[in-house]
Design a protein around this ligand. Structure first.
Ligand code: NAD
Length: 499
C-alpha cells in the first residue's frame, strides 16, 4: 500500500516509525493509502530547513519570484488531468468539479504572478524640510497553512501562492484525509524553479497543528476548517504572538423573492446545495422563499428536479455528485436528518439508505429535502455539510433577511430577485461576508478576497487578493533626512513634528 510522506527540502522525507493515518477511497469505502503523521520534532526539522532557505528567496527580486509562479501556473495546467484524478480519488468529488477546485486555486497563482506590482510601497517626498517618508512591505519569514479536506487544491493554493510570492517560506499542513494533491503541488513548484525548503509539506493531525501554533519561528498561520477548531487555532496562535487568519464553517442562505425567475433559481440552487455532496463552505443548504405562493411553487419545482439528479462515482461524467468523504461523515449527516425529523421538520425527500450498484460500500447519500424548518431547530442552527437542503419559509423580505443576519455563521448568502431595490437593500444590510445577487455561490474572484463574518472567520484579514499580500507581509516605514549644507539643527526635547 502507498505511503504518503512529508515533502521537505525539495524531496520526499519519510519518517522513522511514524504513526499512520488512513486515506480512504470514498467511492469504494476502502483504505487506499497511509499518510505519515508528524511529531513536533518532525515539524522542527521542517521549520529549520525553511528558516535556512528563506532569506535568499526573500532577497531575490520579485520579478524572478514571479517567474516561478508563471512556470507553476503552466505546470498545473499541463498536469490538470492527473491532479484532478488524484484529488477526486481521495475526496470523492466528480472530475469536472475537481478541475474547478484546482482552477480556483490556479486563479490565485495567476494573481501572485503580479507580485512585483502588488508589493510596491508608498513614498512621500518632502514630508518635512528635507525629509522623505517611504513604506515597504517585507516578508515575514516562515509562515504556515492548515487546510480542510473539502478543497484539497484550491485552499492550499489560496495560501501558499501569495505567501511564497511575497518572499516567505511556507509550511503546508494539508488535511490528513486527502493529502496527496498538496505533495504533488510541492513537486511541481520545485520543477517550476522554487528553491528547496521554501515549500515544505508536513502531514499530521492535532499533534502537529499544536506544534505549528507553538513554534517560535512560524510568524503567521492561515487556517481553514470547522469553526470550533478555527477558534481554538486562532486563540492559541494569537496568544503566541502570531499573525492569525482562521476561516470556519458556514450555513449559507438563499433568499427567494416572489419575483425571482424560479426556473433559473431552482437550477442554481440544485448545484449549490448538492454539488460536491454539499461539502462546500459556500454551499447553499438553506433556502428562504418569501410568501406562501413562492414556497409552494419552489418546492414543487425542487422535487421534480431533485428526482432527476444522479449520484455516482467521481469518474462518471453523468454524475452530478459523488460520495461524501468518510463513513463517519456520512453517519453524521444521517444523524442530522434524524434530528430534523424529530424536531418537526417535514422530510420531503429522504436521501438515506441509497446504495450505488457495484459500489455498495461507498459513502453515498442521495439528495435530501426538508421543509417547514424553523430557526429554533438545532439541525438549522448547525452546519450539516452534506447533500441536505432545508426550506425555511418567510412571510416578508425583512423576515427573510433576518435569518442569515441572526445566524451564528456569516460566510455566504444569496438573493434571487428581479428587483434592484430589494437586492441593493439586502446587500447593504445583511450581516454576511460574501453576497450573491442572482449568483448562488458568490466566491469572489482571486483579485478580490474571500472571508466570512461571525463564526465563519476569526482574524481580520481575508484570504487572497490584496488581503493575502497584506497578511503575508509587514510594513516598514522609513523617515529619512539628508541635511544639506552641513547645518546642524537645534536639539529638541519636543516630540518631532513636521511643522
Ligand atoms: P476540520 O476542522 O476537521 O479540519 C481542518 C484542519 O484542522 C485539518 O488540517 C485538520 O487536520 C486540523 N484539525 C482537526 N482537528 C483538529 C484539532 N482538534 N486541533 C487542531 N487541528 C485540528 O475541517 P474539515 O472537516 O477538514 O473541513 C470542513 C470544514 O471546513 C467545514 O466546517 C467547512 O465549512 C469548513 N471550510 C471553511 C471554509 C472557509 O473558507 N470558511 C472553506 C472550506 C471549508
Amino acid at each position: 500500500m502507498r505511503t504518503i510522506t512529508n515533502f521537505i527540502d525539495g524531496a520526499a522525507a519519510p519518517l522513522t516509525n511514524p504513526r499512520l493515518g488512513e486515506v480512504y477511497a470514498p467511492t469504494i469505502g476502502q483504505v487506499q493509502a497511509h499518510v505519515e503523521l508528524s511529531t513536533p520534532a518532525d515539524l522542527n526539522a521542517a521549520v529549520a530547513n525553511a528558516v535556512a532557505a528563506q532569506p535568499a528567496w526573500s532577497a531575490m527580486n520579485p520579478q524572478r519570484r514571479a517567474r516561478v509562479m508563471f512556470n507553476f501556473k503552466a505546470l498545473i495546467e499541463q498536469n490538470m488531468n492527473e491532479l484532478a484524478e488524484m484529488l477526486a480519488s481521495e475526496h470523492g468529488k466528480v472530475i469536472d468539479d475537481a478541475k474547478g477546485d484546482i482552477q480556483r486555486g490556479l486563479d490565485v497563482v495567476e494573481f501572485a504572478c503580479g507580485i512585483p506590482h502588488l508589493l510596491k510601497g508608498e513614498y512621500t517626498e518632502g514630508a518635512g524640510p528635507g525629509i522623505d517618508v517611504y513604506s515597504v512591505r517585507q516578508s515575514l519569514g516562515v509562515c504556515a497553512g492548515i487546510t480542510p479536506f473539502n478543497f484539497p487544491a484550491m485552499i492550499p493554493l489560496w495560501m501558499l501562492a501569495p505567501a511564497i510570492a511575497c518572499g516567505n517560506a511556507f509550511i503546508l499542513k494539508p488535511s490528513e484525509r486527502d493529502p496527496s494533491v498538496s505533495v504533488r503541488l510541492a513537486e511541481l513548484l520545485i520543477e517550476a524553479g522554487l528553491p528547496k525548503g521554501i515549500l515544505n509539506v508536513v502531514h499530521g493531525d492535532k499533534v502537529v497543528v499544536d506544534a505549528i501554533l507553538d513554534h517560535p519561528d512560524i510568524k503567521a498561520v492561515s487556517f481553514v476548517g470547522s469553526s470550533d477548531i478555527a477558534q481554538y487555532v486562532y486563540g492559541r496562535g494569537a496568544a503566541n504572538g502570531k499573525r492569525m487568519q482562521c476561516m470556519g464553517g458556514a450555513k449559507n442562505h438563499g433568499i427567494i423573492m416572489p419575483d425571482a425567475d424560479l426556473d433559473q433559481t431552482v437550477a442554481d440552487i440544485l448545484g449549490a446545495a448538492y454539488g460536491s455532496a454539499g461539502e462546500r463552505c459556500m454551499a447553499l443548504p438553506v433556502v428562504v422563499p418569501v410568501g406562501e405562493q413562492t414556497a409552494t411553487t419552489l418546492r414543487e419545482k425542487l422535487v421534480t428536479e431533485i428526482e432527476k439528479l444522479k449520484v455516482g462515482i467521481s469518474t462518471d461524467p453523468e454524475a452530478h455528485y459523488g460520495p461524501v468523504v468518510s463513513a463517519q461523515h456520512k453517519a453524521r449527516i444521517e444523524s442530522y436528518i434524524d434530528m430534523a425529523v424529530k424536531e418537526g421538520a417535514e422530510l420531503v425527500i429522504d436521501g438515506r439508505g441509497f446504495s450505488l450498484q457495484g459500489y455498495e460500500d461507498g459513502y453515498f447519500l442521495a439528495p435530501t429535502l426538508l421543509d417547514h424548518v424553523t430557526p429554533a431547530m438545532q439541525s438549522y442552527q448547525e452546519e450539516i455539510f452534506g447533500p441536505v437542503l432545508q426550506i425555511l419559509r418567510a412571510k416578508t423580505f425583512e423576515e427573510a433577511v433576518s435569518y442569515p443576519t441572526q445566524h451564528q455563521y456569516g460566510n455566504g448568502v444569496a438573493i434571487f430577485t428581479r428587483n434592484g431595490d430589494f437586492a441593493r437593500r439586502f446587500a447593504a444590510s445583511v450581516e454576511v461576508g460574501m453576497v450573491g445577487i442572482n449568483v448562488p455561490i458568490p466566491v469572489p474572484v482571486s483579485y478580490h478576497s474571500f472571508g466570512g463574518w461571525k463564526r465563519s472567520g476569526f482574524g481580520d484579514m481575508n484570504q487572497y487578493g490584496m488581503d493575502g499580500v497584506r497578511f503575508y507581509t509587514r510594513v516598514k516605514t522609513i523617515t529619512q533626512r539628508w541635511p544639506s549644507g552641513g547645518l546642524v539643527s537645534d536639539q529638541s526635547f519636543v516630540i518631532p513634528t513636521m511643522g
